[in-house]
Design a protein around this ligand. Structure first.
Ligand code: FAD
Ligand code: NAD
Length: 465
């Protein structure tokens, strides 16, 4: 059996692992990365990128359908449009392929050795990799576990045939006539909206009283309104029980104990993700766990010396940019830099229609921490830019301390607000106060002006509302 020695071995080439590998290579660390599927992990292959491609395709198709139906104030008229999902998926696969190749090129440039195969722990310094050309032992001074997460399967709705996970949905070649989505969180709402815009009759089945329970009701309201406009049925306080593929019947229990039956071609189950901690010998290391996740400290160190963990396997929020930021930091630490996790916020974006962004804490969270806050909120209905792009739903909200005006949180809901998320996190990371944002010239006409206006409002003197 072949043996390799290296200073750093990374298991998993998702946004956590591959970023860690590139940075480590740049720092001259002798690095090996092992990946059992395709580089880019969940995010690139069956997550962030494919979902945003489908959301874009849905938006475009919906727009031309509205125009064909004469439902546009712009005076544009079209003939009957159609969508070939096979072609849409081929376009999406092209994007994923380009990015897969891009990662491989970046790893090569950084002189990182890539091993294709499944890594199996022998001990805290040794891993066995089953590759196509045979088994290989890798001995490493440091190991980074970046094995990510997988979709949660419901015992009564096992994946297969017409019950899809968020991975299989990206291989559909036809738009299902009807679709039930079990779980009204991030994936359910992003993809549910996309499929409705592509022509599916969509029903969302959510167990809690509110869709997107991770966001406050004010942020979710414009999204819920839009779902109604798209004829998406939303069942809250509802749990899917079983699906019979022969009769296309999905039985759903509602809060009052009543069972209803939905007639749907496909069921997409999006009830969360579980960390990938099983099947590769991790249990034998006996690492300290934090619930289902690997416990880490502020340097992403696990309870075993020389073993680090990053990304979804380390807990919430399970987001690509958190995984990458941890990966970049860990490479520096292994190179001997004095780094620790000191981020003030991790922005979250939900790519619904309209989009939701949150950076830092909400007014309710601040109050729960006993902080007296000044809140400023500016609606897009008062924004010239929002009017000219034809979508005035939503607002930007700024949460600051009353005593020194330090900005603690910024939330927004509205068309295209995902692009404001970096501005929001930059403001929080730099310790901006209301006066800093109000005193920064914001270009006109842009949606970003709403951030400045919300800051003026929190200061008690809004200019345009
Ligand atoms: P992963 O990306 O899961 O990568 C882990 C890798 O490890 C995988 O490639 C896997 O094959 C490999 N692996 C596992 N075990 C082994 C082993 N034993 N040997 C070798 N290789 C192994 N996040 C966002 O920030 N923005 C979004 O818009 C967004 N959209 C999403 C949409 C969907 C539909 C889904 C499912 C997720 C989305 N996410 C999004 C979440 C994001 O994909 C994850 O947070 C991110 O991929 C986590 O990165 P990671 O590196 O921790 O793990
Ligand atoms: P989620 O946690 O966002 O939503 C799951 C939803 O399912 C919740 O609302 C929950 O109440 C509901 N639920 C749970 N069990 C249920 C049941 N039996 N019946 C009905 N509803 C049930 O999880 P997700 O949508 O699967 O996404 C997983 C993770 O992936 C997210 O938490 C996020 O970290 C990441 N993600 C991020 C983005 C983004 O950043 N834009 C997009 C997609 C996914």
């Amino acid at each position: 059996m072949k043996e390799i020695y290296c200073k750093l071995l990374i298991i998993g080439a998702g946004p956590g692992g591959y970023v860690c590998a590139i940075r480590a290579g740049q720092l001259g660390i002798d690095t090996v990365i092992v990946e059992q599927a395709r580089s880019g992990g969940t995010c690139l292959n069956v997550g962030c990128i494919p979902s945003k491609a489908l959301i874009h395709a849905g938006d475009e198709f919906y727009k031309v359908r509205q125009m064909a139906a004469g439902r546009t104030p712009l005076g544009i008229r079209l003939q009957q449009p159609s969508l070939d999902l096979g072609e849409t998926m081929a376009w999406k696969n092209g994007i994923v392929g380009r990015l897969n190749n891009g990662i491989a090129a970046l790893l090569q440039k950084a002189k990182v050795k890539m091993l294709e195969g499944t890594a199996q722990f022998r001990d805290g310094k040794t891993v066995l990799v089953e590759t196509e050309t045979g088994a290989q032992i890798v001995r490493a001074e440091n190991i980074v576990i970046a094995t990510g997460s997988a979709p949660v399967e419901l015992p009564d709705l096992p994946f297969g045939e017409n019950v899809l996970s968020s991975a299989e949905v990206f291989s559909l070649n036809e738009v299902p006539e009807s679709m039930a989505i079990v779980g009204g969180g991030y994936i359910g709402l992003e993809l549910g909206t996309a499929f409705a815009k592509m022509g599916s009759r969509v029903t969302i089945v959510e167990a809690t009283p509110q869709i997107l329970p991770q966001y406050d009701a004010d942020l979710v309201k414009p999204v819920a309104k839009r779902l109604g406009e798209l004829d998406i049925t939303v069942l809250t306080n509802a749990v899917a029980r079983r699906y019979d593929a022969t009769s296309s019947a999905l039985v759903v229990s509602e809060r009052d104990g009543k069972d209803i039956t939905l007639d749907v071609d496909k069921v997409l189950v999006t009830v969360g993700r579980r960390p990938r901690t099983e099947g590769f010998g991790l249990e034998e290391l006996g690492l300290d766990m934090a619930g289902r996740f690997i416990r880490i400290d502020e340097r992403c160190r696990t309870s075993m010396r020389g073993v680090f963990a990053i990304g979804d396997i380390t807990g919430e929020p399970m987001l690509a940019h958190r995984a990458s930021a941890q990966g970049e930091m860990v490479a520096d630490i292994i190179a001997g830099e004095k780094r620790m996790w000191d981020k003030r916020c991790i922005p979250t974006v939900c790519f619904t229609d309209p989009e939701i962004v949150s950076a830092g804490i909400s007014p309710a969270e601040a109050r729960a921490q006993g902080i007296e806050v000044a809140v400023g909120q500016f609606p897009f209905s008062a924004s010239g830019r929002a009017m000219t792009t034809g979508d005035e739903a939503g607002f930007v909200r700024v949460v600051s301390r009353v005593d020194n005006h330090l900005i603690l949180g910024i939330q927004a809901v509205g068309a295209g607000v995902s692009e404001l998320s970096s501005t929001f996190s930059l403001a929080i990371e730099m310790g901006a106060r209301l006066e800093d944002v109000a005193g920064t010239i914001h270009a006109h006409p842009t949606r970003g002006e709403a951030f400045q206006e919300a800051s003026f409002k929190a200061l008690g003197h809004g200019l345009h509302g």
